[in-house]
Design a protein around this ligand. Structure first.
Ligand code: FES
Length: 291
């Protein structure tokens, strides 16, 4: 024989729903005039003080009477968040480090950069840097220093920061696209310049069609053509700095740094210069712009 539980089924709101209510209230309070906002903040502080006092009592009682229950409760993400918000337990280093990065992220993003925390081990925070944080320019170094200082100062157990390499991007030119048939122009090929005009160790700008500027880099006699548009904001690369020694091309506008021979952006993972098929035929450089 089965019996039916007479108690009503109660469904507790999810953590996301509770957090959503808090966010909505914070947004609403931000729109109040100054005196009303001060009242709202005092109300919030007073309620939080009551909660903190009660939580401290509960935690003390559990610590002496039922430590196993306390340990299990602390593993619950919502309870953990509540206790750490009230300063009753210290957040773990990863939580603390992510909180620190939330504070510096707006500054990084306003310069086109970002940071992701990978792990913390033996006092070292391992991070991946994105966008302008990861380039060759002075501003990149400044942004990297900002991340390091924030983590070392803001997380007591972190004494150093290591930058992990980002995943390489694939190169985009296919072998098929280099094929040239009997009527090259019909296939979108344009006779660009005598190969001898493209100086070794330099970047050359070629206007091949009214709508198509192209830059060609010559690194140790290896020619690579790109559309004349930076992957960041599409601005022209005419005055980009080609460093043959380390094989990089740095955009003059905001310092995005590229591998000169693949167009892979070293500053922003996944970003890439648009490489164009190029071949040298009878001393002439041909570039395929498309039809
Ligand atoms: S770095 Fe901004 S347009 Fe090139």
């Amino acid at each position: 024989m089965t019996t039916t539980d007479p108690r009503p089924v109660t469904t507790e709101p999810t953590f996301e729903a509770l957090a959503g209510r808090v966010d909505a209230a914070v947004t609403a309070a931000a729109g109040l005039d100054v005196p009303a906002r001060a009242v709202a903040e005092e109300l919030k502080a007073a309620v939080e003080d009551i909660h903190r006092s009660a939580l401290v009592t509960v935690v003390r009682a559990l610590r002496t009477g039922a430590p196993d229950v306390l340990y299990a409760l602390v593993d619950d993400p919502t309870v953990h968040l509540l206790l750490s918000l009230h300063g009753i337990i210290r957040p773990d280093p990863m939580t603390l480090a992510n909180r620190v990065l939330v504070d510096v992220r707006p500054q990084l993003q306003s310069h086109g950069g970002d940071v992701q925390l990978d792990s913390i081990a033996d006092g070292v925070a391992y991070v991946r840097l994105e966008g302008a944080c990861n380039g060759c320019s002075m501003s990149s170094v400044t942004l990297r220093n900002l991340v390091e200082e924030a983590l070392v100062e803001g997380v007591p157990s972190v004494t150093g920061v290591e930058v992990l390499p980002n995943e390489p991007s694939p190169t985009l030119i296919s072998v098929d696209s280099l094929f040239m048939g009997p009527d090259p122009e019909a296939e979108g090929w344009v006779k660009a310049a005598p190969a001898t005009d493209l100086t070794e160790g330099a970047l050359s700008t070629l206007s091949l069609r009214s709508d198509s500027d192209v830059v060609v880099v010559n690194v140790e006699q290896r020619l690579t053509a790109y559309r004349n548009a930076c992957a960041h904001e599409g601005l022209p690369l005419d005055n980009a700095m080609l460093d043959v020694g380390n094989g990089t091309l740095t955009c003059p506008w905001h310092g995005f740094c590229y591998d000169a021979t693949s167009g892979e952006c070293l500053s922003a993972p996944g970003a890439q210069l648009e490489q164009l098929p190029l071949r040298v035929d009878a001393g002439h450089v041909w570039i395929r712009l498309g039809t």
